[in-house]
Design a protein around this ligand. Structure first.
Ligand code: ASP
Length: 332
């Protein structure tokens, strides 16, 4: 079957930009597909905009930077935070949202292809956030779309906006990234958030520790990729030896939906549980993060510990996603 791949250089075809658009702004009209797109200067810029967004939200709550702009939120997989934070981000910027969270009720259920769904939605929207179970789906969507595509998670591949908000959280909470030891724990095989975060952290002078059952270890290709960049990485199966040095403990859920063999899931699902007792071995000045949802791997008793940063992390996500929307739409 011949595949027709249309030209990609068709971003922002209209020369009639509304007053206030910044054509020269970095990321104007760009897709956000992978953390590989970003260098340290970009991160500084994005985090600067995110801080401005926080200041504005604190001052006025909602403002009209993206008034008249429309976001299509296209989710083929469940989501609470990514979907609702993009919605909140768009609405706080004065724009509006077409939510397609239940693809069962859309034409996808009739067998519509991803390219067709994308080409339809971009007739109505200015930017599309896509979550899809297949690795590479956001790249496919971007190849067909004239409007910016933001990858909201492509299967076990990447989750770039989560990694950006994770890094923003680390910067804001600990004041730096260089020199830190980040310990990633849980499902490092299927967890897309750790794949993106590890890659993004490799822009810094960082020590990475991986704690996972053997069958959920970080993918060897990713370990090699970071190795080639000179990132020190250590893999262990228990937290105890690495916790005392850890500055950021990044906990993840075992990704039940990615297992072909549910018995295997049952064997590893309760592999790690972080409790106040566990945290006695941790530094006073460190943070515990989690992309959420948690399903037992962090006990609720930890929530009142000031080091528990996972709910603050969600709030950083709102400002970060506001920044991204404003940037790709040429308003930042
Ligand atoms: N919410 C994150 C994701 O979409 C983490 C998770 O589901 O475990 O990847």
């Amino acid at each position: 079957m011949a595949t027709f791949i249309p030209p990609t250089e068709r971003r922002n075809p209209s020369p009639h930009l509304p007053f206030g658009d910044h054509r020269d702004a970095p990321f104007y009209g760009h897709d956000i597909l992978s953390v590989a797109q970003f260098g340290r200067n970009d991160l500084e810029y994005i985090f600067g905009v995110a801080k401005e967004m926080r200041a504005m939200v604190e001052r006025v709550g909602t403002f009209d930077l993206l008034k008249g702009k429309i976001l299509a939120n296209l989710f083929y997989e469940p989501s609470t935070r990514t979907s609702s934070s993009f919605t909140a981000a768009m609405e706080r910027l004065g724009g509006s949202v077409i939510p397609i969270n239940e693809v069962h009720y859309s034409s996808v259920a009739k067998g519509e292809s991803l390219p067709d769904t994308i080409r339809s939605l971009e007739c109505y929207a200015d930017v599309i956030v896509l979550r899809h179970p297949e690795v590479g789906s956001a790249d496919v969507a971007a190849r067909y779309a004239r409007k910016p595509i933001i990858n909201g998670g492509d299967g076990v591949g990447e989750h770039p906006t989560q990694a950006l908000l994770d890094l923003f959280t680390i910067m804001e909470e600990l004041g730096r990234v260089d020199g830190l030891t980040v310990t990633m724990l849980g499902d490092l095989k299927y967890g897309r958030t750790v794949h993106s975060l590890a890659r993004l952290l490799s822009l810094f002078d960082i020590n990475l520790r991986y704690v996972a059952p053997e069958i959920l270890a970080m993918p060897p290709a990713l370990v090699q990729e970071l190795d080639a960049k000179g990132i020190p990485q250590t893999s262990v199966t228990t937290l105890e030896p690495v916790l005392p040095d850890t500055d950021v403990l990044y906990v993840t859920r075992v990704q039940k939906e990615r297992f072909e063999d549910q018995e295997q899931y049952e064997q590893v699902k309760g592999a790690y549980v972080i409790t106040p007792d566990t945290m006695e071995q941790a530094k006073d000045e460190m943070i515990v993060m989690h992309p959420l949802p948690r399903v037992g791997e962090i006990s609720m008793e930890l929530d009142t510990d000031p080091r528990a940063a996972y709910f603050r992390q969600m709030e950083y996500g709102l400002y970060l996603r506001m920044a991204l929307l404003a940037m790709v739409l040429g308003k930042a």
